[in-house]
Design a protein around this ligand. Structure first.
Ligand SMILES: [Zn+2]
Length: 303
């Protein structure tokens, strides 16, 4: 063996050790979040007189991928008294371009970013009506728009976060977590009743969160009661609705090396969500799937 080969092998071993040092703790951590799934009756109990009366979406940007497309969508929930809650904040225009460039490096057939708006632009003066904000998870494409949101909104909106989303972070959620922690949002009481699996807030009746795990340690399902039904916002457990319907896992390279996922949990969640989606009482809506979102919700339009 020549000395060059020896050096190359040593380098390779160092790279593998460095990768393991980063990935292994993240894999162990994401596997620590797998609470018992909520029963249908607990979800259906969200329905009540004070439930939201409107749910709409804002699509901030889209990008064509090798298979289908990825859209960055935020959800606006509204109550009769004018109160509003926002799920996910998308990205600024510049960050949406940067994010699309990053995906292009991994998917050579990906298109350029089509940037339509930002959450703060779309909400306009009505941004003041947003009384609370929550996140499906803390990846940057779901959180970075909070900077513009806070510049436009100022203080006054509450933050609803489950303990896992607040406390457990890995190498690709710390940036988003810091952004949320140091933002204009004020953390509000969000707790579990005895024997419950859903986090609830007195401020937002008909809205609840469940700690999904699977995709990130802080991945959260948002359940919203409206018109006698329950909408289930499943975040990035899958990137499209078809993957839930056909039980398709993400690429192993993605789940093991890029975003450390608990693939056993994501498989369990796909089956559970698909089962719920078969019922008239539930509709599952996937964060990055615009066609799926459009089939259930109207687009947000300023009053
Ligand atoms: Zn995402």
């Amino acid at each position: 063996m020549t000395w060059i080969v020896r050096i190359l092998i040593s380098l390779l071993i160092l790279v593998v050790i460095a990768l393991l040092a980063v990935l292994l703790p993240a894999h162990i951590q994401v596997r620590s979040v797998a609470p018992r799934l909520p029963g249908n009756s607990e979800l259906l109990a969200l329905r009540g007189a004070n439930s939201p009366n409107k749910v709409s979406y804002i699509v901030t940007s889209s990008q064509r991928l090798e298979r289908g497309q990825i859209s960055h969508i935020s959800i606006v929930i509204e109550w009769a008294n004018g109160k509003r809650f926002l799920i996910d904040t998308g990205m600024s225009r510049r960050e949406a371009e940067n994010f699309a460039d990053l995906l292009k490096k991994m998917d050579s057939s990906a298109g350029s970013a089509m940037v339509y708006t930002t959450v703060s632009e779309a909400l306009g003066s009505e941004i003041k009506d947003i009384a609370g904000v929550g996140f499906t998870h803390l990846h940057i494409d779901h959180t970075q728009g909070l900077e513009n949101f806070c510049t436009a909104r100022g203080a006054g909106a509450l933050l609803l976060q489950s303990p896992s989303q607040q406390e457990l972070h890995n190498f690709n959620t710390t940036e988003g977590a810091d952004l949320v922690e140091n933002s204009c949002l004020k953390r509000s009481d969000f707790s579990l009743a005895k024997d419950a699996t859903l986090y609830r807030s007195k401020e937002f009746p008909g809205l609840a969160a469940f700690e999904l795990g699977g995709h990130t340690p802080g991945s959260t399902l948002w359940a919203v009661a409206i018109a006698g039904k329950i909408l289930l916002f499943s975040g990035d457990i899958t990137n499209d609705k078809a993957s839930i319907e056909q039980n398709i896992a993400k690429h192993a390279l993605y789940s093991y090396l890029i975003v450390p996922e608990n693939t056993q949990r994501t498989a369990e969640l796909r089956r559970w969500l698909n089962g719920l989606d078969q019922s008239e009482s539930f509709s599952v809506i996937v964060s990055h799937d615009l066609a799926n979102t459009k089939s259930h919700l109207p687009e947000f339009i300023r009053k």
